[in-house]
Design a protein around this ligand. Sequence first.
Ligand code: GLN
Length: 549
Amino acid sequence: MAKYIFVTGGVTSSLGKGIIAASLAKLLQARGFKVTIQKFDPYINVDPGTLNPYEHGECYVTEDGAETDLDLGHYERFLNTYTSQANNVTTGRIYQTVINKERAGEFLGKTVQVVPHITDEIKRRMLLLGKDGKFDIVITEIGGTVGDIESLPFIEAVRQIQWELPDDDVVVVHLTLIPYLKAAKELKTKPTQHSVKMLSETGVHPDVIVCRTEEPLNNDIRRKIGLFCNVKPDAVIEAMDASTIYEVPLLMLREKLDVICMRKLGISVYPEPDLEKWKGFLDKLKYPKSKVTIGLIGKYIELQDAYKSILESFIHAGAINEAKVQVVNVHSEFITDENVGEKLSGLDGLLVAPGFGHRGTEGKIIAVQFAREQGLPFFGICLGMQMAVIEYARNVLGIKDAHSTEMEPDTANPVINMMEEQKKIKMMGGTMRLGAYPCDITKGSLAEKIYGTTQITERHRHRYEFNNDYLEQFEANGLKASGVNVDTGLVEIVEIPTHPFFIGVQYHPELKSTVERPAPLFVSFIAAAKKYNETKSNLISSLLQKETV
Ligand code: GLN
């Protein structure tokens, strides 16, 4: 049986529970424990797959094709291990299971209630990953803020687990905010006291309090929080704002968050954490030797969470290239033939982002054309790849009305088409082509150079595909399909061999990029952008030299 750590949040949302959970997990993993993290979300959607990115940020897809909360992305990026369907549970999924059981007659004769039926199902799922010996420690992040009506059944389940399991099998970590009042020059503990009181009223008492703060907590404040919230002063942990989320594990190590959790878990013998690789990455991240500017062309750019995994992948790839990646967000809806040169000037590479629906697609197509014609490194992901195919069809093959049936269902030239198996699907939730699929890469292609192999698997989330009726025409005219799923014939990668770096992928390589295993496509894209930047700088300096001569 595994041991369990629960992470709750108080005072406000967006305190970074996911990062604290992931950092704690990282430290325990670095000390040799097998750790996993799961997230329980209080909303009624069965999963976040049907949510607009504006609502909930990016939808993160696991190997086994679950559409999940973006915090699972942090868990994978920190731990360098895969999560699965079981690692993200919503109220909707809990109710769906219980209601399906009720319909099947499993509770025959009984009134089905929140307690015990809903809470039993929550408990079953909370304990599940710790059952088969695969993990020593299971960390569960409870979404939402303590005091929300909708998270009550989850908190009640934690209370019951705390009561049922031996004392040293469960730790509750509560993350709160200690606001700093500038006028009074004071840190305020009252909101934390209230939130711990509220948590205690439900019967759950935190063992550790992690305090998000802009100013350091002195010993008096720690004592005060400890005294009023009834935890030991050394179990009051300071979580200062960090310059990068990847610094947080080291901050938590300094505060002994892992040691205090292990003490409560009755673990007294443990090795020093092995964080060599992590620190190596941080060094490179903090002291880059060069800088590249990448344009991120998307339509959800107002909300950074919408492209979370892409932005994190840039950080991983930048570090390994010892380059700072500055991302310039360009709203695709406002790119026109007239302003494209100005909007995309000064960039060293262009990433056209994934997306759904018509809005902003014409701007993406114009951006692709610019990158293709200017020899600017180009990287298209999912919809970004589809836009590259449409652009090539229109401007190189001369098929002026080429389109995707997603945007124009009656187009005469559907170079991007709905996948056959998608045509009969009516239900929206969890019905896209999801999760990991293998892809065979052509020998000698750019893709092979990037991956260093001809066999890969990558994760998907889409309904449309490259239309193979046009494949010959594309290939004869310079756009090659260099990656194909051999079972289905679906084109997964396209590239232009005559361009310095032009690649589009139907899958989402950003979902597999971690600190210790940066996604090869991002690494090579940043390397190409670096080269572009150097060539550009050399050109400018030789022009300047000529002028001065
Ligand atoms: N909308 C496109 C499709 O469904 C692309 C999806 C995406 O970019 N994730 O195929």
